[in-house]
Design a protein around this ligand. Structure first.
Ligand code: KIV
Ligand code: ZN
Length: 385
């Protein structure tokens, strides 16, 4: 039986914290609309107490969104919770996301208090949030570096206070997948009321492990993944939504899936790039410009014979309409012929050879040989296209 994993998108909160990515309400609404069409279960719309603009955005998103839960972030502070509840008052499915740091690092050097006090503050915050909304998520900030025994005590106390979801953030992106997976397993096995809440992953990418850690989380009993479009977020970013969704789709052995309409992934990635003014690297998994581009002769020959030789995802599955055979100085005759045929040229083996030699000269002088260059090459060699 398949496990339905909830997708909690925090592009508009953790993603929007990135310097230069701030959005006004109009653009946040546009992205929220697309997130709903994409099929995310939860949209974290912002941190309402942080600014009047963010309050307005959360409030407008709460009015707009029909099917997804709309969530607002707070600290474990009464005023934050009151403001979030106010911003969410028109939401069909409102959720308050409250929490506090639990690692010794945070307890002793940031909050400068005791472990006992942290539990009391967490419980108080959950109970207060619960007086406004039914659905309350608790985050144990820096859970990745929190001692597991103590983390289990915190989690048990906040679930007893009414938390419906317990978020275990690897705030600093420190954990190895084995460690993060073991942490989730430990909570599953040692928190006696754990069945009353959903465990959520929230992994940062400081060591490039956010996606691997999130998957380790669901393999060990987490039911929700927090992530962002294109993996944007604080510092090195958050878990990338498109990566975890496609990992679950491609690996049936995980017995886990989401409601995401994967055909919309490329479109929403482009929208976030454009509106947040934050490009993704060309080799970014799933949505990068080169994610389905083949440029070496050996790979191109294999893809032309059968795409499955070098592609594990049909590009159309993620909204990319063509896998591209990119012509460079490393391309072979099969790729050149394929691209020339796409332009309407019909060449015999003998006719191809001189064109291929000219093509190599052109390719040595240019990074990529495009269609215009190919047409010129055909003209110069008097081949009809
Ligand atoms: O990374 C983190 O710990 C967070 C929390 C506020 C959920 O973003
Ligand atoms: Zn975060």
């Amino acid at each position: 039986m398949e496990n339905r994993i909830q997708i909690f998108d925090t592009t508009l909160r953790d993603g929007e914290q990135v310097p230069g990515c701030r959005l006004d309400t109009k653009n946040k609404l546009l992205i929220a609309e697309e997130l709903e069409l994409l099929g995310v279960d939860v949209i974290e719309a912002g941190f309402p107490i942080s600014s009047p603009g963010d309050f307005e955005s959360v409030s407008e998103i709460a009015k707009l969104v029909k099917n997804a839960t709309v969530c607002g972030l707070t600290r474990a502070v009464e005023k934050d919770i009151e403001v979030a509840a106010d911003a969410l008052k028109h939401a069909r499915f409102p959720r308050i996301h409250t929490g506090i740091g639990t690692s010794d690092q945070h307890v002793f050097t940031k909050i400068k208090t005791t472990r006992e006090d942290i539990i009391e503050r967490g419980v108080r915050a959950v109970k207060y949030a619960k007086s406004f909304v039914e659905d309350v998520e608790f985050y144990a900030e820096d859970a990745g570096r929190t001692d597991n025994e103590y983390l289990a005590q915190v989690i048990e106390a906040v679930i007893a206070a009414g938390a419906t979801v317990v978020n275990i953030p690897d705030t600093t992106g420190y954990c190895l997948p084995e460690q993060y997976g073991a942490k989730i397993k430990f909570l599953k096995e040692n928190v006696k009321n754990i069945d009353k809440a959903i465990i959520s992953t929230h992994c940062h990418n400081d060591l490039g492990l956010a996606t691997a850690n999130s998957i380790a989380g669901i393999q060990n009993g987490a039911g929700q993944i927090e992530c962002t479009i294109n993996g944007i977020g604080e510092r090195a970013g958050n878990t990338s939504l498109e990566e975890v969704v496609m990992i679950m789709r491609k690996h049936e052995a995980l017995k886990a899936d989401t409601r995401i309409d994967s055909k919309r992934l490329k479109g929403i990635s482009n929208l976030v790039i454009e509106r947040m003014r934050m490009p993704v690297q060309a080799n970014k998994a799933i949505v990068g410009a080169n994610a389905f581009a083949h440029s070496s002769g050996i790979h191109q020959d294999g893809v032309i014979k059968n795409r499955d030789n070098y592609e594990i995802i049909d590009p159309a599955e993620v909204g990319v309409h063509e896998s591209s055979i990119v012509l460079t100085a490393r391309s072979g005759r099969a790729a050149l012929l394929y691209r020339l045929e796409n332009l309407g040229a019909n060449l015999s083996k003998e006719d191809l050879e001189p064109v291929y030699q000219k093509f190599l000269e052109l390719a040595d002088a240019n990074d990529v040989v495009n269609d215009d260059m190919l047409k010129k090459l055909l003209d110069e060699n008097m081949v009809d296209a």
